[in-house]
Design a protein around this ligand. Structure first.
Ligand code: CTP
Ligand code: CA
Length: 224
């Protein structure tokens, strides 16, 4: 999209992107996870590189090839992702949290495969750390972008997340719409920003959604 001659919109900026699901191990053969495929986050990483940024992609387990010239850190659990994000946070100009981070993880890991028992059984869970929330509370100069995958009350939930996580922008989508959400090559998103603006984008390829998000990030970085 951008020619070599003109100044690229994210030239020299350090952008940290998280993508994909996390995987919370229960025992050596089982885990808790979600439907995220990483497509949106990988598209953002690829376009951010095109726009001149230094890009680090912290990725949960996905079956995608990483984009060229992007440094990739592979993680599994929410706790691993938190650790890697925090290491790079101080140097980042912007963090884009596309990852579908598990909200719960098993209270304890079983070293041996759990054997089935007669009757019902439950796996005890505990909450994971809210990575974006932590970033928001420790924000220095960074621009923070979060995602909100919803099935109802999109505006209300997205605005709540913008506030609670001290984010600069929330990219919200209704994952039940055709052509939006997990595994598709297109997405239908609404951008909610701290200045109160709301921008509804039409259905478009994830690469184009990525460019729209990154142009907003570039504008917000220039305002600082
Ligand atoms: N997120 C995070 N760490 C978590 C959970 C979520 O960093 N433990 C980030 C996601 O990467 C996303 C944003 O927070 O950018 C919103 O995630 P979402 O699951 O929609 O929101 P939650 O705050 O977890 O609320 P809920 O799942 O209850 O809707
Ligand atoms: Ca969640």
């Amino acid at each position: 999209f951008f020619s070599e001659k003109e100044e690229k919109p994210l030239a020299g900026k350090r952008i940290l992107i998280t993508a994909g699901p996390t995987r919370e191990n229960i025992d050596p053969v089982r885990f808790l996870s979600n439907r995220s495929t990483g497509k949106m986050g990988y598209a953002i990483a690829e376009q951010a590189k095109e726009m001149g940024a230094h890009v680090t992609l912290i990725s949960g387990p996905v079956s995608l090839d990483p984009p060229p010239n992007v440094s990739v850190i592979n993680v599994e659990s929410a706790a691993d992702m938190y650790k890697e994000v925090m290491k790079l946070y101080p140097e980042a100009d912007a963090v884009i949290k596309t990852a579908a981070v598990a909200d719960y993880t098993p209270k304890s890991y079983h070293e041996q495969k759990i054997k089935k028992q007669p009757g019902d059984n439950a796996i005890a869970l505990k909450r994971t750390v809210d990575i974006l929330g932590e970033l928001g509370s420790k924000k220095d100069k960074q621009i923070l972008v979060g995602f909100a995958a919803e099935t109802e009350n999109l505006d209300e939930y997205a605005l709540g997340k913008l506030e609670q996580k001290n984010a600069d922008m929330i990219v919200a989508n209704n994952v039940t719409s055709v052509g939006a959400g997990f595994g598709t090559d297109t997405n239908i998103v609404t951008l909610f920003k701290r200045d109160g603006s709301k921008t509804e984008l039409p259905k478009m390829p994830k690469a184009e959604v990525a460019v729209n998000i990154l142009l907003e990030v570039s504008r917000m970085l220039k305002k600082d």
